[in-house]
Design a protein around this ligand. Structure first.
Ligand code: PHE
Ligand code: ZN
Length: 883
């Protein structure tokens, strides 16, 4: 057991920096074993601070020397502790010259300066810069950077950093140099360098203003045939931010660099975005429709950070959602606008709701629950969460729902007018939205300070005599760690009323400007409120929380008939989908109970008929039909149960799928054939939607396949013209239960793609998530020569997809899945604590499982917690789980 307990950092303890940095010059002599970093930091005392001590963070680096205003400091003139170099009693104006030494080749954490496939990359968010040199490594210290890179010319022909290239040349001894200057001041977390053997696709692009900029996508030599979509997405992002928000690219040069070893998706370093290869590389041979959509979203996301994150940044890491929630919202809107149609927009919205329910609601109900603006943390890297990102985006979206698109734009304009070049807080964004729109958003603050998913309970009363319909909305929010009691939130609830013929009724609501609209945004601010609709000539079916207008759980006692009515007619496609999910969920919960009780399983004809009608409804977008046919996942079902029995859930869902497949066989086959996309591959939303529906049909047809169905899948596998169809056929074969077919396809797939790392990831991932893959089989896959824990994508593909994506095997009754989890968390922690801590989160919900599983889970958690020399990252996660 470790002896030092990790330190908790509190938001309330914030103090301004004692010294500010005007400019910094960095010199790098790059060598994998011994890199020398020389810095010249021009600092001055911050009048807002009472301290005269200079505080410089530094970790895992060797201090060679430090000079203050030209004088070499003796060790007695500074204090060097774990993580901090302190120079007391400093004068007002200071030039610090510091030399440090580090070994990038030994850096397996992928934070700071590291080597990936013989090339140098950096990752500085959140606190990686301190692994490069001693510096006030906090986001409220913004400085101008000049960077000199020196390296071997043959091994590292490309030398990149932020901003503009101002000089380059030969050093004579087989080495060369490049000097970069970033004209904008920035916090250290946005610093980046790349020294590598890479090639690029580049393009001169004209901004709306007429200014021309240089765009580059840098990749390893063999990947130049996979950069088109990233480049196209970048140009689309630039155009979109100009049009929707009036925001222009502020640099003459914008670079994207792909790296195979990366902890996260991508990083918005100023002018030099560094990306996980997964979010850059694509062509139809290796990437699926989902991969293409991911690239568009992440390229957009990082580009949009240039304004929301870089020009205006965060005062401290508690404000992380200020940049992340807002930037996720912006990338969501970008993706929706790129599709352009109303259903396309709804399809992206449904995807967002699914992510929230699959990952954020469980987080908000578990031991790691935290507000969108946390009050404390041990390790900031553990707070790059679905709450900060996705719930944060929902919070931003609610402003737009409350003030409208134009009002939201006014708020954004005011935010930039006030804060360009500053490091600010979530409160500043809220104030800009309020002030620009003359609104009072003081209660809205609770979305930032209170954790937990609010529950909104609706009840209704129709009075025929007065033709009024009363809707009562009550809200509550469960307790979360450290927050036993919650105050009411300010919740926008978008509502419509459906007539018996399925059409929307014109709405008139007392006290709410609605005059005949078919949807109205009600503002729920009290614990309970009643809204009175007048001129309602018939008993309506309420469509509540349209477009998922707030990140809440909505409870209303819908009858089956009402849900079927909404499922058939709701003009809001998100609620149409939602009605189908409710119908399915009720049945899945009953079936799960029946499995556990050993009772016979039955699925009613009404539900099957609704599925049948939907499947064949050609007036609906294939993408929408596909989403509406997918049953709630095992994880989402589990969240609805007081005590989770993963085997019973799996059996219930499998029964439902099998029953649907058997009942709808002819319709499934018809849709399979009707939604082929012959001709050249295109990732556009319509084609991708057809493939999604067709491949969903295929997966149903392969649940209990005969020879004809197996042939269908094998034919698609052999002849597919793109990875979407090939991977879908392979997955269907793996899930078919026909071992010989699955094995043959797996072998040929691997042989075809063994040199494409991202495709090999898919090969591992598909096997990891198959219900036929048990712990033993995962261990065998780990012994495959292509497997390594060191590469995060590979570790995620096999290990995470097993622990998070294969519940019935991970939760094996003998506890073997948990023992495996403990082993892998410990092994990963020695290499890469950030990735290990993410894996540690797989056990978050352990207290909700049936007692037999719980005790195995506790054992595994305690085994990890009891390890000597555990990282703070993993320690925080497991100790909160056990608390
Ligand atoms: N800031 C990055 C993003 O949201 C995510 C990230 C965080 C990447 C920390 C690396 C390290 O785009
Ligand atoms: Zn981001």
């Amino acid at each position: 057991m470790r002896t030092d307990s990790p330190q908790t950092i509190y938001r309330k303890d914030y103090t301004p920096p004692s010294f500010l940095v005007d400019s910094v010059e960095l010199g790098f002599d790059l060598d994998p074993a011994r890199t020398v970093v020389a810095s010249r930091i021009h600092m001055r005392h911050n009048p807002a601070s009472t301290s005269r001590s200079i505080e410089l963070h530094g970790e895992h680096i060797e201090l060679v020397q430090v000079r203050l205003n030209g004088k070499l400091l003796k060790p007695s003139q500074y204090k060097l502790t774990a993580g901090m170099l302190t120079i007391p009693k400093a004068p007002d104006d200071v030039l610090l010259e510091i030399e440090t030494v580090l070994a990038p080749q030994d850096n397996t954490s992928l934070s700071g300066l590291y080597v990936s496939n013989h090339n140098f990359f950096t990752q500085c968010e959140a606190e990686g810069f301190r692994r490069i040199t001693f510096f006030p490594d906090r986001p409220d210290v913004m400085a101008r950077y000049t960077v000199m890179l020196r390296a071997d010319k043959d091994k590292y022909p490309v030398l990149l950093s932020n901003g503009n290239l101002i000089e380059e040349g030969d050093l004579g001894d087989g080495r060369h140099y490049a000097k970069w200057e970033d004209p904008f001041k920035k916090p250290s977390y946005l610093f980046a360098l790349v020294a590598a053997r890479l090639v690029c696709q580049e393009e001169h692009y004209r901004l709306k203003s007429g200014r021309e900029v240089l765009l580059q996508v840098w990749v390893e030599e063999g990947n130049l045939d996979k950069t088109d979509y990233a480049m196209q997405s970048l140009k689309n992002s630039i155009r979109w931010d100009e049009e929707r928000f009036g925001l222009e690219l502020d640099l003459d040069r914008f670079m994207i660099v792909a790296v195979g070893d990366f902890n996260m998706g991508a990083m918005e370093n100023k002018g030099l975005n560094i990306f996980n290869t997964k979010y850059v590389l694509a062509n139809s041979r290796v990437a699926t429709d989902v991969d293409y959509a991911g690239i568009e979203a992440v390229v957009g996301h990082e580009y949009f950070h240039n304004w929301t994150g870089n020009r205006v940044t965060c005062r401290d890491w508690f404000q992380l959602s200020l940049k992340e929630g807002l930037t996720v919202f912006r990338d969501q809107e970008f993706s929706a606008d790129m599709i352009g149609t109303d259903t396309g927009r709804a399809v992206t919205r449904i995807d967002q709701v699914r992510t929230l329910r699959q990952a954020q609601f469980p987080e908000d109900a578990g031991p790691m629950a935290h507000p969108v603006r946390p009050d404390s943390f041990v390790e900031i890297n553990n707070f790059y969460t679905v709450t900060i990102y996705e719930k944060g985006a929902e919070v931003v979206r609610m402003y737009q729902t409350l003030v409208g698109r134009d009002g939201f734009r006014k708020g954004m304009d005011l935010y930039f007018a006030r804060h360009d070049g500053q490091a600010v807080q979530c409160d500043d964004f809220r104030a800009a939205m309020a002030d620009a729109n003359g609104r009072d958003f003081s209660q809205f603050e609770r979305w930032y300070s209170q954790a937990g998913t609010p529950v909104v309970t609706a009840s209704t009363r129709y009075d025929a005599a007065s033709q009024t319909f009363e809707l009562t909305l009550a809200q509550s929010c469960p307790a979360t760690p450290g927050q036993p009691k919650k105050l009411p939130f300010h919740i926008p609830v978008t509502v419509g009323l459906l007539a018996a013929d399925g059409r929307d009724l014109p709405l008139h609501v007392d006290g709410v400007a609605s005059n005949g609209a078919t949807s109205v945004v009600l503002e729920l601010t009290e614990a309970s409120q009643t809204f009175r609709f007048t001129q309602v000539g018939e008993v309506p079916v309420p469509s509540l929380l349209r477009d998922f207008s707030a990140p809440v759980v909505l409870e209303y006692d819908y009858t089956d008939a009402q849900l079927l009515h909404l499922f058939r007619h709701d003009s809001d496609p998100v609620n149409r989908w939602e009605a189908g999910q409710r119908l399915a969920m009720e049945r899945l919960l009953k079936l799960t109970g029946a499995v556990a009780a050993g009772e016979p399983l039955v699925l009613d004809e009404t539900f099957i008929a609704a599925q049948r009608a939907l499947l064949a409804d050609d007036t609906l977008d294939p993408a929408f039909r596909e989403l509406a046919l997918i049953l709630p996942s095992e994880t989402i079902i589990a969240e609805r149960m007081a005590q989770v029995d993963p085997q019973a859930i799996h059996a219930a869902r499998q029964f439902m799928r099998t029953t649907i497949a058997a009942a709808l066989k002819p319709e499934l086959l018809a849709q399979y054939h009707a939604n082929q996309t012959p001709g050249e591959y295109s990732p556009d939303a319509l084609s991708a939607g057809k493939r999604a529906l067709k491949n969903l049909a295929l997966s149903y047809l392969l649940i209990a396949p005969g020879a004809a169905e197996l042939d269908l899948a094998r034919l698609q596998f052999d002849n597919a013209g793109n990875m979407t169809d090939r991977a879908a056929a392979l997955a269907a074969l793996i899930h078919s239960g026909s071992q010989p077919h699955a094995q043959a396809a797996l072998t040929s797939f691997y042989a075809d793609f063994e040199n494409e790392a991202l495709v090999v990831d898919k090969w591992f991932a598909m096997q990891a998530a198959a219900p036929t893959t048990d712990v033993q089989a995962v261990r065998q896959l780990m012994a495959h020569p292509a497997f390594t824990l060191k590469n995060p994508n590979r570790a995620r593909s096999l290990i995470f997809n097993f622990t998070n994506g294969n519940p019935s095997q991970f939760h094996a009754v003998d506890g073997s899945g948990y023992a495996f989890w403990a082993e892998q968390v410990i092994a990963l922690d020695a290499l890469n604590p950030q990735v290990a801590a993410r894996l540690a989160r797989s056990m978050d919900r352990w207290r909700r499982y049936v007692p037999a599983l719980q005790s195995h889970m506790r054992d595994a958690l305690e085994q990890v917690a009891g390890q000597a020399s555990l990282s703070n990252d993993v320690m925080e996660v497991v100790s909160k789980a056990l608390a």
